[in-house]
Design a protein around this ligand. Structure first.
Ligand code: PLP
Length: 425
């Protein structure tokens, strides 16, 4: 089967632009005619530095990232950032509290520690909005690292939906940690797009805005660079590259610089140990990675190059519209697919509620989830070169992942197939 005969709707790893892969096959053999391939050069070479700078520039241009934000590349995957957000932001929270107590009690270290222990026991909360499998996993990792009593699941979307993901309850139903008089959570965490469940936040939550807004961390692994983002609303945005941005191997973190030294410091490892709080691995330590321009250890520069090429392609394609251009296309493709699913609602049922339907991962059932009919749907699609449509193993059904590298033509072919299948049913 030729690549050109196929449209691939896999959820991640996901399709990449063919032109980027063709160029990749050349640079793997011989980068810039140096006789050495891109996976062979030093991550500290001028070439690698140039790739890093260009990739940062492309993402900055696309998402209009302000100067007071830092871009980091890590090998953590998306999952590693579930832990990194906890290690880094808890450490900053603790240090802030320590400094405040020290101001009040002066040099009496034993007294500082005593009071700090009490503050940690009573006030340390991380708020999680659990709207699908990935934010659930992130909240479970936080619980594993710092203990259930410090993790506040401010929203478990399953509760309002018969135990299943697929809705996001109104914000006045969320039980966020109160922010009055300098309190509030160390951070609020959510997953902007739930890849498995097909649930996407339609907009930034209003209750996380305002003068006393908490630090907000968002997982954008599966909708990165697919719509405009007001970066300033977030303390940390992260995503594994392997869906919209590039191939497996790196995660991208966009981080508010005021969370880095000299503006913010984390607690010392000794203090964290005293408080029975975890000390994170150095490769997840944002200050260390930032200070070293993401080159504290060996960064897979080829993966950064791929991401840079993909993003430079979007910068070229959309010009002044920047990511807004991609947003229009993403919206159009998902609209076509959802319209067809709704039109043939006798055959198809979209899993999540209409208000939170993901533009990136379109999850639906065929004939109420009849196993044979869903198999037939997938087999028929495969015959037409429409691949990767099987739902996640944990939920079953069909999932059409509509990432940036899926063309409008691909989406239209899927729509035509869905119509034919529905008519012949
Ligand atoms: N977050 C989201 C939204 C995801 O879709 C995924 C993976 O599919 C992850 C996190 C985990 O990423 P990784 O497999 O890179 O650790």
């Amino acid at each position: 089967v030729n690549r050109s005969d196929v449209h691939y709707f896999g959820a991640g790893p996901a399709p990449l632009p063919t032109a980027v892969l063709e160029k990749a096959s050349q640079v793997l053999l011989n980068y810039k005619e140096k006789g050495v391939g891109l996976c062979e050069i030093s991550h500290r070479s001028p070439e690698a530095n140039e790739i890093l700078a260009d990739t940062k520039q492309a993402i900055t241009t696309l998402l209009d990232i302000p100067d007071d934000y830092e871009i980091l590349f890590l090998q953590s995957g998306g999952t590693g950032e579930f832990s990194a957000t906890v290690y880094n932001l808890v450490s900053i929270w603790v240090e802030k509290k320590r400094a405040k107590i020290a101001e009040e009690v002066g040099d009496d270290q034993a007294e500082v520690l005593k009071r700090l222990r009490q503050v940690v026991a009573e006030e340390l909360k991380l708020d999680y909005l659990v709207t699908g499998s990935w934010s659930l996993k992130a909240s479970q990792e936080a619980t594993r690292l710092i203990g259930a009593k410090h993790v506040n699941v401010a929203l478990d979307a399953r509760k309002a939906n018969d135990g299943k993901f697929g809705v996001i309850s109104a914000e006045d139903q969320w039980s966020l940690t109160p922010r009055a008089s300098g309190g509030g959570p160390a951070f609020v965490y959510f997953c902007d797009n739930e890849t498995v469940d097909g649930v996407e936040f339609p907009a930034f939550p209003k209750s996380l805005e305002g003068d006393d807004a908490p630090l907000v961390c968002a997982d954008m692994s599966s909708n990165f660079i697919s719509r405009k983002v007001d970066v300033r609303k977030y303390a940390v945005i992260f995503g594994g590259a392997q869906k919209n941005v590039g191939n497996t191997g790196i995660a991208i973190v966009i981080l508010r610089k005021s969370l880095l030294p000299p503006s913010s410091k984390g607690a010392s490892p000794d203090l964290l140990r005293e408080l029975n709080l975890p000390v994170g691995p150095i490769v997840l330590d944002y200050p260390t990675i930032a200070k070293n321009n993401s080159l504290y250890n060996t960064l897979p520069i080829f993966d950064v190059w791929i991401a840079g090429q993909v993003m430079a392609g979007l910068v070229d394609a959309y010009g002044a519209k920047r990511i807004g251009g991609q947003e229009e296309i993403s919206n159009e493709k998902s609209r076509l697919i959802y319209d067809t699913l709704d039109k043939y609602s006798n055959v198809y049922r979209v899993v999540p509620d209409k208000t939170v339907r993901s533009r990136m991962n379109i999850c639906f059932r065929v004939h109420g989830g009849d196993a044979d009919k869903e198999k037939a749907f997938l087999a028929g699609a495969e015959k037409k070169g429409l691949l990767g449509l099987k739902g996640h193993r944990s939920v079953g059904g069909i999932r059409a992942s509509n990432y940036n590298a899926v063309s409008l033509e691909g989406a239209k072919l899927l729509v035509a197939y869905m119509e034919d299948f529905a008519k012949s049913a």
